[in-house]
Design a protein around this ligand. Structure first.
Ligand code: NDP
Length: 275
């Protein structure tokens, strides 16, 4: 049997951990996969996706900057992808029609509840950031019936738009970063900003970190370090987003293969490689 043709599209993708994660999943089932990395700008994406499909591609992951385009390309987007207006997973059915999902949200929830033991039901959540990652996880968070989700973003209008769009699925509001000083506190602080890639952390009052049960950054590696340092100073429990990365990949792998991989050994392997 020939190897299953999979790939990651986006830019840049050269340093992605996804090929190693998916090879480790495939190894659990004795499956042969060929997981490629395809550098694709917004202009090049439709053509490269069509080539991949015509050469036998069965499914792919999508990262920046083409997650929204991927959603728009799909004939059958899932409810999660539709709420996020972005897709990170594509596949084709027997009629050749393209389906899209966004596994970032289910991946985050699996890490928070499954691996870290947090019960999101009744939880007060402070979500920092209102970009693609925040949009990708918000629907899945709301589906767990938290007590509240407050989005705080540097650009308030983006947070307000995101909150508005999700009103039909749960209790969510938006505040300006300048209002965080009056914010009563959250059980879970989620950093979905890209500030860590600039060597900094988002604005967050010390008290909001100190009173949280868990501070979780969707970033990992060096990009998670600035917030991790601040959380430790506030004596807060901190986790980075490596677990989410592995869990969202597991959701994609299950969509493509029908098999649910064990994530804990793969997270352990990836964590060791990241040290
Ligand atoms: P976007 O570019 O879509 O959004 C970036 C967000 O960060 C915006 O809300 C932006 O605010 C905010 N931001 C940027 N710089 C700063 C700063 N200096 N201070 C405060 N806020 C800032 O990126 P994504 O949403 O797609 O990605 C966010 C992060 O999530 C990335 O670092 C990415 O690596 C990570 N991620 C992790 C995943 C995982 O599996 N672990 C999956 C997906 C993403 P504004 O609107 O004001 O510009």
């Amino acid at each position: 049997m020939s190897a299953l043709q999979l790939a990651l599209f986006g830019s840049p993708v050269a340093r992605s951990k996804s090929p190693r994660i998916h090879q480790a999943f495939a190894g659990q089932f004795g499956l042969e996969i060929d997981y490629g990395l395809i550098e694709a700008s917004a202009e090049a994406f439709p053509g490269k996706l069509a080539n991949f499909r015509s050469e036998g591609g069965v499914g792919c992951n999508i990262t920046l900057p083409v997650k929204t385009l991927a959603f728009e390309q799909a004939a059958h987007p899932s409810q999660g992808a539709t709420l996020a207006r972005a897709a990170n997973t594509l596949w084709w059915d027997e009629k050749g029609e393209c389906h899209a999902d966004n596994t970032d949200g289910p991946g985050l929830v699996a890490d928070l509840e499954g691996s870290l033991g947090l019960d999101l039901a009744g939880c007060r959540i402070l979500l920092l950031g209102a970009g693609g990652a925040a949009a990708g996880v918000l629907g899945a968070l709301l589906a767990r019936k938290p007590a509240s989700v407050t989005i705080a973003n540097r650009t308030l209008s983006r947070a307000s738009e995101l909150a508005q769009r999700h009103q039909p699925v749960g209790q969510v509001n938006a505040i300006a970063v300048t209002e965080l000083g009056d914010y009563p506190g959250a059980d879970l602080v989620l950093d979905a900003t890209s500030s860590g890639h600039q060597g900094t952390h988002p604005t967050i009052p010390y008290q909001a970190l100190a009173s949280a049960k868990l501070v979780y950054s969707l970033n990992y590696g060096a990009a998670a370090a600035p917030l991790g340092k601040l959380a430790r100073l506030a004596d807060a429990q901190f986790h980075d987003g490596l677990g989410m990365l592995v869990e969202q990949a597991a959701c994609s792998f299950e969509i493509w293969t029908g098999r649910k991989p064990a994530t804990a050994p793969v997270l352990a392997q990836i964590s060791m490689e990241s040290v």
